[in-house]
Design a binder for this molecule. Structure first.
Ligand SMILES: Nc1ncnc2c1ncn2[C@@H]1O[C@H](COP(=O)(O)OP(=O)(O)OP(=O)(O)O)[C@@H](O)[C@H]1O
Ligand SMILES: [Mg+2]
Length: 282
């Protein structure tokens, strides 16, 4: 089966989480699944900008990305973090290759329209295509692709893409059976309580009542896009709990040799599926 796994930036900075998760990724690949790992940048990007003396301006939660900021994003995302993650998965016995949008035009993008201006935020884009044949050739060669949240624009420039949206769009273009978001919290929380399932129809009310905010709103929006695009299932899971990824994959119906013990939050399109999932999780 085909699986897209998105790593949160915070997890990449946690050595124990990287060790545990890369072991699980390697185990899933060895079980014969076709996996694409997508990641963002986290604090290392912000720290690098600071070291380079670059200040960021945010508009509606999005970083205005001028050429120097974009160059730093490429250095951190497609460079250090991408290579670290590919090395860690390879060290677990599953050869992984770090690829970015520029390699074989693997991920294409268009500049985001802001205030009616394409590219109004600088080098911020959205994914418009995936070189599926290239990824399939890697899988057939026994290699596991690891990709940062960048896309190649029609002008030959690299564009920064929100990592949650990149993962969702990749899952859609790849017709993935499942999309798993590994994040730094146990799933979608209502106060202290973990919600075992959330339907896309509930998201508006959860945001309005401020139960869900910040990065989790973007993630739920991206999850909705993936489900509407035909992705088999979407789950948001805490990456630091042991075996979380294997359990999430098993819950999505991927053969893992484990009995499903559904972790985190299942995102569904309609309320009925969410109710059924919540009941089965009791
Ligand atoms: N109801 C909620 N349940 C869980 N997390 C929430 C909720 N509302 C807001 N959040 C915030 O959303 C965060 C997760 O989104 P965030 O964008 O920080 O991480 P990520 O998308 O997993 O990783 P990255 O942005 O680095 O790719 C949580 O750490 C939490 O602070
Ligand atoms: Mg985020």
């Amino acid at each position: 089966m085909r699986l897209v796994i998105k790593f949160a930036g915070a997890l990449l900075e946690d050595a124990d989480a990287v060790a545990s998760l890369t072991k699980q990724v390697a185990a899933l690949a060895r079980a014969g699944h076709q996996i694409l790992v997508v990641h963002g940048g986290g604090r290392l990007f912000t720290a690098t900008l600071k070291r380079m003396g670059l200040e960021s301006r945010f508009v509606a939660g999005l970083r205005v990305t001028d050429r120097e900021t974009r160059d730093a994003a490429v250095m951190v995302f497609a460079g250090l973090l991408n290579k670290r993650l590919a090395a860690a998965i390879s060290a677990e016995g599953q050869p992984a290759v770090g690829i970015s949008a520029a390699d074989a035009q693997c991920f294409t993008a268009e500049p985001l329209v802001h205030n009616d201006v394409a590219g109004g935020l600088g080098f911020v884009g959205y994914l418009t295509g995936v070189n599926v044949e290239f990824l399939e050739s890697l899988w057939h060669a026994g290699l596991l692709p690891v990709a940062p949240c960048l896309g190649l624009g029609p002008d030959g420039e690299l564009y920064n893409i929100n990592a949650d949206h990149m993962a969702a769009a990749c899952a859609e273009y790849l017709r993935a059976d499942a999309l798993i978001y590994l994040t730094d919290v146990a799933g979608v929380l209502h106060g202290e309580k973990l919600l075992p399932a959330v339907s896309c129809e509930e998201v508006g009310a959860l945001v309005e009542s401020r139960v869900v905010s910040g990065g989790m709103v973007l993630k739920l929006e991206a999850a909705k896009r993936a489900l509407e695009g035909g992705v088999g299932g979407v789950r948001i899971v805490g990456g630091t709990s042991p075996e979380a990824l294997l359990d999430a994959a098993a819950a999505a119906g991927l053969h893992t040799g484990k009995t499903p013990d559904a972790p985190g939050t299942l995102v569904t399109l309609g309320p009925f599926a969410a109710k059924a999932a919540a009941l089965s999780a009791v």
